[in-house]
Design a protein around this ligand. Structure first.
Ligand SMILES: [Cu+2]
Length: 251
């Protein structure tokens, strides 16, 4: 049986509205875009420079930073209505030797493809690894594996290592955060942003101000030594942690 064009018209009258509805309901697809998340590290607004620059804390001790690395988990974009879009389950950040602050290194940026269009009001993540995670729970990658937290100290993963030298080398700075004695010192950070995804590739920039790890709860360096077995100090740094981060969307 064959339809003539005239015979098809009544059918089209019914079919067309549904076809249009289908097209428009896919509108989000056209607004989808790749979102880059980049990490920058500063000390009081200036890009962190490893090794070469001495910084001061609130009580006038000087320190430099020779190593800064950390793990974030459950990185999501949040909408006003409370729904969220997953960006990355785990990301390992390490400040490269030649940090320029633009987050161009593979350990300071990642790309998530096809984020649904619309507006997002916050980026959220857990600093560190969820409580109870054992070593091996994260993907088997060199960068993550070298973050192992010793089993006698609770097991799992370091959340972060900040290392450096205090007072020009008088003693080491060893701020290692992790599940000290099996405790949970990870924390969730929710940072307001003003991000509109509408088909154009866009970027969310997360900034860590290293200096803020040492305040408002004052963390002094002299005589501190290794803190991995000290839950009180872990709690102090964990308390300061949310104030360390900020975020902005960049076109
Ligand atoms: Cu350690």
């Amino acid at each position: 049986m064959r339809f003539t064009l005239i015979q098809l018209i009544p059918i089209m009258k019914w079919v067309l509205p549904f076809a249009l509805l289908l097209l428009t309901s896919c509108g989000d697809d056209h607004d989808m875009a790749d979102v880059t998340v980049s990490f920058r590290h500063v000390v009081e607004e200036s890009p962190l420079v490893l090794n070469l620059v001495d910084y001061g804390n609130e009580v006038g001790e000087s320190y430099n930073v020779t190593r800064l690395e950390y793990i974030l988990t459950d990185i999501v974009l949040m909408r006003d209505d409370g729904t969220s879009v997953n960006l990355r389950d785990v990301f390992y950040v390490r400040v490269p030797e030649n940090e320029t602050g633009d987050g161009a290194d593979e350990t300071t940026r990642f790309l998530t493809r096809r984020i649904p269009g619309g507006s997002y009001s916050a980026v959220s993540f857990r600093f560190g690894v969820p409580a109870g995670a054992a070593f091996g729970d994260l993907p088997n990658e060199v960068n993550l594996n070298q973050m192992e937290w010793p089993v006698p100290m609770g097991g799992g993963y370091h959340y972060m290592r900040i290392e450096g030298l205090v007072e020009g080398g008088a003693e080491p700075l060893l701020a290692h955060l992790g599940p000290s004695r099996g405790g949970d010192f990870s924390f969730v950070v929710e940072l307001p942003i003003d991000l509109f995804v509408d088909g154009e590739q866009t970027q969310v920039q997360i900034t860590m101000d290293v200096d803020r790890w040492w305040q408002p709860n004052i963390y002094t360096f002299t005589g501190r030594g290794m803190i991995m077995g000290n839950p009180q100090v872990q709690a102090l740094l964990s308390d300061n942690g949310p104030g360390v981060f900020s975020a902005a969307s960049i076109p």
